[in-house]
Design a binder for this molecule. Structure first.
Ligand SMILES: Nc1ncnc2c1ncn2[C@@H]1O[C@H](COP(=O)(O)OP(=O)(O)OP(=O)(O)O)[C@@H](O)[C@H]1O
Length: 435
């Protein structure tokens, strides 16, 4: 293969591409893949693709037998961690011999999902009965939200990332008498600063270079008679906060570059994962806007403060995701649940949902929840032993010894037997304590 030629071909294609020979050695890459995974050219070129993801042989076999493109979901090791990607593998045949090269295209599943989330965002699909919780605190938040659903007053939802702020916003809209009207979401953090204004308020013909000829309606106009969800409101630039305040107070929008005043009837739900009061104190958020928004405040507690919800949500997602992926459910033993309950969940429910998907795919917990040794324990404890009682006892002693780093006193205590009894059993079962 003429890799120089191939590399010049793929160089500017805006997709992450790697080309390997039939042994899985990477001979071709483009700039996109380097920036996606954070590697330099010398770190990746002429190295086995196995360093990026596992299962090359299987992919090769399938590409060979299908003689066409195949797709897989794999975990790719990038410079810092690993995350999930879709790979498409294409066979490349050379003219003079049968040697087969394979072209891999990597797509970031999270990014793809984010984009599709965005499309979905203009439809409210959640309702209160789909919010899973048994925590008193969250149940009373749900109660409060239900009570205020039908009001036109502004709701401000606070809560860390992934706690379900959007889920609440959609549920409120669906429980209101506006539910047959639009639910329009806009995320200030996801839009470049110079576009937020025209996204929110629209623009008229010729308002700026690149503007559409006919002008365009903004989200407020689109949400007329319905609900607008202002996500990550804390990220909104100060200048726009002033404009937003006026629109909220007057119920009138003027498109960028225009003079016509357009009357809108919109219910506003705002959300923030920052402490907006603190933002006000530090001069990053307008105080008057804060009070305008904070009429009906609703705070969602983080997952680590409602630990009872962890097993409940875990089994809910296990059911939902295994069905979606058409894979078997994985039984979460007490050990795993205990780890989950102790974990602090910085990404909250979203992180738990992703974790369950990880477990369904790989059958064990990821590294941020476990160390290597724990991993072995979980893997072996997931196996359904068909052993005698004695064998079970032996396995159990090995497991507890491992957890306690081979410490006899601690192990005996956990097992609720005397140290001498433990020594006897170790000898009987021929257990290597140092292992
Ligand atoms: N109580 C819950 N029951 C069921 N699913 C939930 C619950 N809370 C959150 N989720 C799920 O968690 C994910 C994250 O929720 P959502 O997008 O509403 O969080 P968010 O607080 O708006 O996050 P961000 O601040 O990052 O935008 C979604 O997939 C949602 O379905």
């Amino acid at each position: 293969m003429d890799y120089e030629y191939i590399n010049s071909l793929i160089k500017y294609i805006p997709l992450a591409i790697a080309i390997t020979n039939k042994d899985g050695m990477i001979n071709g890459i483009n700039a996109y893949i380097l920036s996606m995974f954070g590697y330099s050219e010398s770190e990746i070129l002429k190295t086995p693709i196995l360093n990026l993801f596992e299962g090359f042989e299987e992919v090769k076999r399938d590409v060979f037998s299908k003689k066409g493109v195949i797709k897989r979901e794999v975990y790719v090791y990038n410079k810092k961690n690993r995350s999930k990607f879709t790979i498409s593998a294409y066979p490349i045949y050379s003219k003079n011999n049968d040697d087969l090269d394979i072209m891999f295209i990597f797509e970031d599943i999270k990014r793809k999902r984010k984009l599709s989330d965005k499309i979905l965002k203009n439809r409210a699909i959640y309702t209160f009965d789909k919010i899973i919780s048994r925590s008193d605190e969250l149940l009373s938040v749900i109660d409060f939200a239900k009570k205020v659903s039908n009001s036109k007053s502004t709701v401000l939802i606070s809560g860390e990332t992934g706690t379900g702020k959007e889920v609440f916003a959609q549920s409120i809209h669906n429980a209101s008498d506006r539910n047959d009207k639009p639910f329009i979401a806009i995320n200030s953090a996801a839009i470049p600063e110079n576009l937020i204004e025209s996204e929110l308020f629209g623009y008229v013909e010729g308002a700026f270079t690149g503007a559409k000829k006919s002008g365009q309606a903004g989200k407020f106009e689109l949400a007329n008679k319905g609900t607008i969800f202002l996500d990550e409101i804390g990220e909104m630039p100060l200048k726009l906060q002033t404009r937003l305040l006026r629109v909220i107070e007057e119920g009138i929008v003027t498109r960028v570059g225009g003079i016509d005043q357009i009357i809108v009837d919109v219910r506003i739900i705002a959300a923030s994962n920052r402490d907006l009061k603190k933002e006000v104190e530090e001069g990053r958020f307008r105080e008057d806007l804060f009070y305008r928004l904070n009429v009906l405040p609703l705070t969602i507690p983080p997952l680590r403060k409602r630990k009872d919800d962890i097993p409940l949500l875990a089994s809910f997602f296990m059911e939902k995701i295994s069905r979606k992926l058409n894979k078997n459910r994985v039984k979460l033993n007490d050990y795993v649940l205990d780890k989950m309950i102790r974990y602090n969940w910085p990404g909250n429910v979203r992180e738990l949902e992703n974790l369950i998907e990880f477990i369904i795919n790989l059958g064990y917990l990821p590294d941020n929840l476990l160390n290597e040794r724990d991993k072995e324990i979980v893997e072996s404890s997931n196996i359904d032993y068909n052993y005698s009682l004695e064998e079970l006892e032996k396995q159990h002693i090995i497991k507890i010894l491992k957890i306690n780093d081979g410490n006899i006193s601690k192990t005996a205590k956990t097992l609720e037997i005397g140290r001498n009894t433990l020594y006897r059993k170790i000898e009987k079962y021929n257990i290597d304590v140092l292992n």
